[in-house]
Write a protein that binds this ligand. Structure first.
Ligand SMILES: [Zn+2]
Ligand SMILES: [Zn+2]
Length: 330
C-alpha cells in the first residue's frame, strides 16, 4: 500500500482527536520558499521596530496604511474568498479583475493558489487533508499549541502543494485570472512601491516616502496577514459555535476580530453556509465585506448574491451557544 493510499484509508477512520497521519510525514518546503516566506514574515517586525524607535509615525503614514489595508483586505475577503472561492455572487468582469488584483497586493499568494488551498480547507476541514488545521497534531495540550502555530503560519513553510488543476480548474481556464496570477510578483512590488511613492509625493521628502513604505507597506501587509492567519488558527479553536457544521469541523465565531477581518471571523457561520455572501449570519454581527457586496449589488456591479435564507439559517442553528471543545459536527 502506498503512503497516499494509507493516508486516504486513515482519513476515513479519523476519530477527531488523534494527530493527522500526514503530521508524521511532514516535509519542510524547499530552501527558496522557506527563505522568501521567512523574509515576508520577519521583515515587517524589523520595520516596525525601526519605524517606532527612529522615525515615529505621521498622520500621512497612518492614512495611507488604512486606505491600503481596506483596499487589499477587501480584495482578499470580497474578491479571493467570497467571489472567487465560493461564488457567493457574480461580478462584472472588470470588478472581478480589480478584486483579484487588489487581493494579490495582500501578499498572500497568487489568486489561483489561494483559492485552491482555501477550497481544500473546506473539503477537509479539521481532518486529515486540511492544509492548515490546528488539530493536525491532535487535541492534547502540546499538540493543540503546536497545531495553532502550524495553522497560523507553520503550514506556509511545509511542502504540501495543493494542485490547482483539481481544486481551481475554473480559475485556470479563466484567462483574466491566469494573467493576474502570473502578475503576482509585480503586484507585490506595486503594493510596496505605492505607499513609498505616495508618501514621497505628499511630504516632498525621501524620509516621508520611507516612513510611508514602512507603515503603509510592510506593517500594513503584516497586520492583514496575521488577521487572515488568525481566522485559520484561532477561529477554529476559540469562540462560539452557534451553527451546525460538517463532522470534525470546529470553526468558531470570534467577535473581537470582526472589524479587522472585514467580517471573516464569523467563521462558524461561514463554514455552516460556505456559499453565503454574508458570514455574520446573526443580527448585529458586523460584516463589512457583506456591506460592500450589498453596495456593489445596488450599483449594478454584482448579481446573483447569495444572501442568508432565514429558514435555512434556522435549520443550521445548533441550539444554545456552544463553546469549542464541545463535540464538533452534527
Ligand atoms: Zn476555516
Ligand atoms: Zn471559505
Amino acid at each position: 500500500m502506498t503512503i497516499s493510499e494509507r493516508v486516504v484509508e486513515r482519513r476515513q477512520d479519523y476519530d477527531g482527536t488523534s494527530p493527522f497521519p500526514e503530521a508524521a510525514e511532514h516535509a519542510p518546503a524547499g530552501r527558496l520558499q522557506v527563505a522568501l516566506t521567512g523574509a515576508i514574515v520577519v521583515l515587517p517586525f524589523i520595520a516596525l521596530g525601526a519605524a517606532v524607535f527612529w522615525w515615529g509615525v505621521t498622520f500621512t503614514d497612518l492614512l495611507l496604511a488604512a486606505i491600503l489595508y481596506v483596499v487589499t483586505g477587501l480584495g482578499v475577503t470580497v474578491g479571493f474568498h467570497r467571489l472567487l472561492t465560493h461564488s457567493s455572487f457574480t461580478a462584472r468582469p472588470w470588478l472581478r479583475a480589480v478584486l483579484a488584483v487588489t487581493g494579490s497586493m495582500g501578499f498572500q499568494g497568487n489568486v489561483i493558489d489561494w483559492v485552491a488551498v482555501h477550497r481544500r480547507h473546506h473539503a477537509f476541514t479539521d481532518r486529515p487533508g486540511d492544509p492548515h488545521s490546528p488539530y493536525r497534531y491532535g487535541t492534547g495540550l502540546r499538540g493543540q499549541l503546536r497545531g495553532l502555530a502550524h495553522a497560523h503560519l507553520g503550514w506556509l513553510f511545509a511542502d504540501d502543494p495543493t494542485p490547482a488543476e483539481r481544486y481551481a480548474p475554473d480559475l485556470l481556464a479563466d484567462r483574466a485570472m491566469s494573467r493576474v496570477a502570473r502578475a503576482f510578483p509585480a503586484l507585490c512590488a506595486l503594493s510596496l512601491a505605492l505607499p513609498f511613492l505616495a508618501g514621497w509625493a505628499i511630504t516632498g521628502t525621501l524620509l516621508g516616502g520611507l516612513t510611508a513604505f514602512l507603515w503603509a507597506g510592510l506593517i500594513r501587509i503584516a497586520l492583514l496577514q496575521h488577521v487572515t492567519w488568525s481566522v485559520n488558527s484561532v477561529c477554529h479553536v476559540i469562540g462560539a459555535r452557534p451553527f451546525k457544521t460538517r463532522r470534525h469541523d470546529r470553526s468558531t465565531n470570534l467577535w473581537p476580530l470582526a472589524l479587522l477581518s472585514f467580517g471573516e471571523s464569523w467563521h462558524n457561520g461561514h463554514h455552516s453556509e460556505p456559499s453565503c455572501a454574508r458570514h455574520g449570519l446573526d443580527r448585529y454581527q458586523l460584516d463589512p465585506s457583506a456591506a460592500v457586496i450589498g453596495l456593489f449589488e445596488r450599483l449594478g456591479w454584482a448579481g446573483n448574491v447569495h444572501w442568508p435564507d432565514q429558514k435555512r439559517i434556522h435549520r443550521r442553528r445548533a441550539g444554545p451557544l456552544r463553546q469549542t471543545h464541545a463535540p464538533a459536527g452534527e
